[in-house]
Design a protein around this ligand. Structure first.
Ligand SMILES: *[C@@H]1O[C@H](CO)[C@@H](O)[C@H](O)[C@H]1NC(C)=O
Ligand SMILES: *[C@@H]1O[C@H](CO)[C@@H](O)[C@H](O)[C@H]1NC(C)=O
Ligand SMILES: *[C@@H]1O[C@H](CO)[C@@H](O)[C@H](O)[C@H]1NC(C)=O
Length: 372
C-alpha cells in the first residue's frame, strides 16, 4: 500500500520525471498547463491589469493584480486583488481576495508593484504606490503590505514614504529580489520608475528584512533616453541585472539593460546599454534567471502589444539562443517566477486577449524540457 501511494505521487507530479534533465540541458519549452486567473466582467470592477507573480516561501504561487473600479486608466481607485495557488504547480487556485482597498473617491489610487520574498525570514512583501500620477491628489506615497503566513493573511498598509519621502515611485511591475549571494547577501532590492533624482529608474534597498528602506542606485532620464518599468535579476557573480522599458524608443524599439556590482547601490553608466535583440512596442516585460538560464518575456513586436514570446539566453543576455511563442494575439504586461532550486518549470502571468490585452490575466506553466 505504501509503495502504491508513493508511485501515485510520483506519477501525479510528473515533476520528478523531468527534473532528471541535466542542469545544463538545452531549453526546449512547451506549455504544460494554463488558465485565466482573472477575466474581464467576472466581478464588479471595470478591468484587471498589471499582473505580479511570485513563488512563496511555503512552495505555493502568489498572483497579484490591480482591480480597477471605475475606469481602465492607470489613475483612479482600485483594489489590490490576489490569488494564491493550492499546490506547487498552480493547477488549483484559491478564490480571489482583495487585500487593499484605496477607497471610492475619484482620485489616483494604488498602482502595482513588486512582490518581494524574504526567504531568510519567510516574509512576503508587496510594495506599491498611491497617487503616482498626482491626479486629484497632492502627495504620492510608497506603501507595503506583508504576510508572515505564506500569503494567507496580510498586514495593514505600511507607509514607507515616512522613511524615504514622497516622490512618485512605481515599483516594478514584477518582483523585487533578495540577494542570495555576496555582496550584500540578504538585502532586499525593489527597483521601479519614478520622478525622484531627476526621474528614471531608482531602487529601494533594505538590509534589515524590510523594516527600514533607503534609496540605492538610479538610472536617470535624459532628453532622448527614458528608462521605465523594470525587472531585476541576480546573476551568478552576485551582480544585479535590470531590464527596462525604453520609453522614448531611443535609439530603437528595444529594451534597456543595466548592471550593478554593489547590490544596487549604483548602476555605472558604462554598463547601461540597449539590447537590440530584445525588441518591444513600449511595454513592461518579464525577466528571470533560473537554472543558469536568463529568460525574458514581452510582446515581441516594435509596433503593437501582440505575440507574447519567451526568449532565453545561456550567456547572461549577451546572445539570445531561442524563443517560444506563448500567445499570438493581444498580449500586454508579463512577469515570470520559478520555485527556488532546479525546478523544470517556470510560470508566466500576462495580460491576454483576442482583441484587447485587458480581457484576462492568464497563468501559464511552461515546462522547460521535452518530456522524457
Ligand atoms: C505617507 O507618509 C508621507 C510622509 O510622512 C505623508 O506625506 C503621506 O501623506 C502618507 N501617505 C498616506 C497615504 O498616509
Ligand atoms: C544617480 O546615479 C549616478 C550614477 O550611479 C550617481 O552618480 C548619482 O549620484 C545618483 N544620483 C542620486 C541623486 O543618487
Ligand atoms: C554569466 O555571468 C557570470 C557572472 O555572473 C559568469 O560567471 C559567466 O561566465 C557568464 N556566462 C557566460 C556564458 O557569459
Amino acid at each position: 500500500m505504501v509503495l502504491i501511494t508513493h508511485l501515485l505521487v510520483l506519477i501525479t507530479f510528473g515533476y520528478f520525471a523531468s527534473s532528471f534533465a541535466l542542469p545544463n540541458a538545452k531549453v526546449s519549452p512547451y506549455i504544460a498547463a494554463q488558465l485565466p486567473l482573472w477575466e474581464h466582467g467576472e466581478a464588479d470592477v471595470v478591468i484587471y491589469r498589471i499582473p505580479l507573480l511570485s513563488y512563496t516561501p511555503g512552495g505555493r504561487l502568489l498572483a497579484v493584480t490591480e482591480a480597477r473600479k471605475y475606469t481602465g486608466g492607470d489613475a483612479g481607485p482600485k483594489f489590490m486583488a490576489i490569488r494564491r495557488s493550492q499546490d506547487e504547480l498552480g493547477d488549483k487556485w484559491e478564490p480571489m481576495q482583495y487585500i487593499v482597498d484605496d477607497g471610492y473617491l475619484l482620485f489616483d489610487g494604488l498602482n502595482n508593484g513588486n512582490i518581494i520574498v524574504d526567504d531568510e525570514k519567510g516574509i512576503i512583501f508587496i510594495m506599491y504606490c498611491i497617487c503616482f500620477h498626482h491626479d486629484r491628489c497632492d502627495i504620492a506615497s510608497i506603501k507595503l503590505v506583508k504576510s508572515v503566513d505564506d500569503g494567507v493573511t496580510w498586514s495593514k498598509p505600511i507607509n514607507i514614504s515616512e522613511q524615504v519621502g514622497t516622490p512618485s515611485f512605481a515599483p516594478g511591475p514584477g518582483f523585487g529580489i533578495q540577494k542570495k549571494l555576496d555582496p550584500n547577501k540578504g538585502r532586499l532590492v525593489s527597483c521601479g520608475f519614478g520622478s525622484g533624482f531627476g526621474g528614471g529608474v531608482q531602487c529601494l534597498l533594505s538590509d534589515d528584512h524590510g523594516l527600514t528602506w533607503r534609496w540605492g542606485g538610479n538610472i536617470t532620464t535624459s532628453a532622448s533616453f527614458a528608462p521605465g518599468e523594470c525587472q531585476a535579476a541576480e546573476l551568478p557573480d552576485g551582480s544585479i541585472m535590470l531590464n527596462m522599458r525604453n520609453s522614448h524608443h531611443a535609439p530603437c524599439h528595444c529594451r534597456v539593460v543595466a548592471r550593478s556590482y554593489n547590490g544596487a547601490e549604483t548602476f555605472p553608466l558604462n554598463d547601461v546599454c540597449v539590447d537590440k535583440a530584445l525588441i518591444e512596442p513600449g511595454c513592461a516585460g518579464g525577466m528571470l534567471y533560473h537554472r543558469d538560464v536568463l529568460f525574458f518575456t514581452n510582446p515581441k513586436s516594435t509596433t503593437a502589444r501582440v505575440d507574447l514570446t519567451l526568449q532565453w539566453s545561456y550567456d547572461n543576455g549577451t546572445t539570445w539562443d531561442g524563443e517560444f511563442q506563448i500567445w499570438d494575439k493581444a498580449s500586454g504586461y508579463s512577469t515570470m517566477t520559478a520555485h527556488p532550486g532546479a525546478s523544470p518549470y517556470i510560470f508566466i502571468l500576462f495580460e491576454k486577449g483576442i482583441i484587447s490585452t485587458t480581457e484576462s490575466i492568464q497563468f501559464v506553466r511552461v515546462s522547460l524540457y521535452e518530456e522524457v
